[in-house]
Design a protein around this ligand. Structure first.
Ligand code: FE2
Ligand code: FE2
Length: 165
C-alpha cells in the first residue's frame, strides 16, 4: 500500500522519467541536424530506456493500489552545442535524476514503506549505469582536443548501440 506522500513522489518521478525521454528525443533530433547519426541513434535508444523507466513506475503505482497522475511534460531545449557539451548536459541531467531517486529511497525509508524502498533499488543500480555510460562517452570525446575526427569515430561507435525493439 502506498501512502499519499509516497504516491505523489512516485508520480513526480514518472514525470521526470518522461521529461528525460523528451530531453533525449530533442538531443536525438539535434544530433541528426548537425550530421551525427550515431549520436542520434544512441539518444533514440535512450528515449526507449527512459520510457521503460517511466512505465515501471506507472505499473508499480497501479499494482500498489495507488493513483497514477500524469503531469505536464516540460518543453526541452532544442540546441545542445558541441557533442561534448551535449554529453555534459546529459550527465548533469542523470546526476539530477540520481539525486531524485536517492530522495525517493529516503522517503520510502522514512515512511517505513519497505516494498517501495526495495522496488527503488533497481533505479539506484540503473543510475550507476546511466552515469557510467555518460562518463565513458565524455572520456572518449576528450580526445577531440587532440584530433577533431574523434567525434566521428565516437559517432560510429554510438551507432552500434543495440536497439530495445
Ligand atoms: Fe531514467
Ligand atoms: Fe536516464
Amino acid at each position: 500500500m502506498l501512502n499519499e506522500k509516497m504516491e505523489e513522489a512516485l508520480n513526480e518521478q514518472i514525470n521526470k522519467e518522461m521529461y528525460s525521454s523528451y530531453l533525449y528525443l530533442a538531443m536525438s533530433a539535434y544530433s541528426s541536424s548537425v550530421g551525427l547519426p550515431g549520436f542520434a541513434h544512441w539518444f533514440r535508444v535512450q528515449v526507449d530506456e527512459e520510457n521503460i523507466h517511466a512505465m515501471k513506475l506507472f505499473d508499480y503505482v497501479n499494482s500498489q493500489g495507488g493513483k497514477v497522475k500524469l503531469k505536464e511534460i516540460k518543453e526541452p531545449p532544442m540546441e545542445f552545442g558541441t557533442a561534448m557539451e551535449m554529453f555534459q548536459q546529459t550527465l548533469k541531467h542523470e546526476q539530477f535524476i540520481t539525486r531524485s531517486i536517492n530522495e525517493l529511497v529516503e522517503l520510502a525509508r522514512a515512511e517505513k514503506d519497505e516494498a517501495t524502498a526495495s522496488f527503488l533499488q533497481w533505479y539506484v543500480e540503473e543510475q550507476v549505469e546511466e552515469e557510467e555510460n555518460d562518463n565513458e562517452v565524455i572520456a572518449k570525446l576528450k580526445g577531440i582536443d587532440k584530433n577533431e575526427y574523434v567525434v566521428y569515430s565516437v559517432d560510429e561507435e554510438l551507432a552500434k548501440r543495440i536497439s530495445l525493439r
